[in-house]
Design a protein around this ligand. Structure first.
Ligand code: NAD
Length: 286
């Protein structure tokens, strides 16, 4: 895909993926007499989490994936969360299970992540799936970094031999992002909150990917002229959603930059749909 203005259109790329998934869902449903199913669990009433789950359900409905949704109150016990997660895993309609993170304070996400077996782990959070990504074996990578790879490929960004810098090293975003770039033979530097002189590192990047959740962190002077800049960060502020990147200024320096909203966010959801369909085919073949 090309761009005249240097702005990556994640919404348009995601729309194409959703159309392809829609056709795949029809084929699956015709062959198996049921739609692929996404099981979701929302615990508590975090407004951002509620919005994300609602957006995922809407996207599922649009392509014909069935959503099977459970809600628990913020004061749910660890046992309740585990029990409902296991119910979703056992539900024959469900091909992929997504427990919306973060869980409310006081709940431990680890046993919940482990309760979703790798073959139904649509979010790619299970250590087996992260291990598969690390080992370059087939598995399910986390949706956001996988969606970023699709964006980079769609815009023809050369990764082999490129210097890539990832800001953020979380298990679900920054770390798998770095691994996926490494598999494509980028030379990857992973940075985080304790990195010394972050700007010196980011200025080396041909491809700079920020997943910090720190609005305005990436300023124009931190970007090498002509670099590709992908903004994964999403922070809710009184002025609306903000990415990590100072978009207007960075746009003047970068060759390509992804906006917030309309960049990585729609790709995460499109990748979730793609993965649910793939898990459905895989399960039907077992
Ligand atoms: P996290 O809090 O688990 O990890 C953040 C990482 O960024 C950490 O490794 C931390 O060391 C690093 N970091 C934070 N502030 C920094 C700073 N000032 N300088 C350098 N490094 C810094 O968060 P996460 O779950 O990895 O999510 C990261 C961001 O991506 C959040 O804003 C989140 O909302 C967003 N996100 C977006 C999508 C999407 O679809 N666009 C999906 C998942 C997460």
């Amino acid at each position: 895909m090309t761009t005249n203005d240097g702005v990556i259109d994640g919404t348009a790329v995601a729309a194409r993926i959703r159309a392809t998934v829609g056709a795949g869902v029809q084929a699956f449903s015709a062959e198996h007499g049921r739609a692929p199913g996404l099981g979701t669990l929302l615990v508590g009433d975090n407004p951002a989490s509620r919005t994300y789950v609602r957006m995922k359900h809407r996207a599922c409905a649009e392509v014909g994936i069935e959503s099977i949704h459970h809600v628990l109150p913020a004061d749910a016990s660890q046992e309740d969360v585990l029990r409902v997660t296991q119910e979703l895993v056992a539900d024959p309609r469900v091909d992929g299970v997504l427990v919306q993170m973060p869980l409310p304070a006081g709940l431990d996400p680890e046993p919940v992540i482990l309760a979703v077996p790798p073959e139904k782990d649509v979010d790619g959070f299970h250590p087996f799936n992260l291990g598969s990504v690390a080992s370059e074996l087939p598995g399910t990578p986390s949706c956001t970094p996988a969606g970023v790879m699709t964006l980079l490929d769609t815009y023809g960004v050369e990764l082999a031999g490129a210097d890539a810098v990832v800001i953020g090293r979380s298990r679900t975003v920054g770390m798998p992002m770095a691994l996926l770039l490494l598999h494509r033979n980028a030379t990857v530097t992973v940075t985080h909150l304790l990195t010394k002189d972050l700007a010196a590192k980011t200025r080396t990047a041909d491809v700079l990917i920020s997943a910090a959740g720190a609005p305005g962190l990436v300023t124009a002077d931190m970007v090498k002229p002509g670099a590709v800049v992908i903004d994964i960060g999403i922070t809710r502020t009184p002025e609306g959603l903000r990415g990590d990147v100072d978009f207007d200024a960075v746009r003047e320096v970068a060759s390509l930059v992804s906006p917030v909203p309309g960049g990585v966010g729609p790709m995460t959801i499109a990748t979730l749909l793609e993965t649910t369909l793939r898990l459905a085919w895989d399960r039907a073949a077992r």
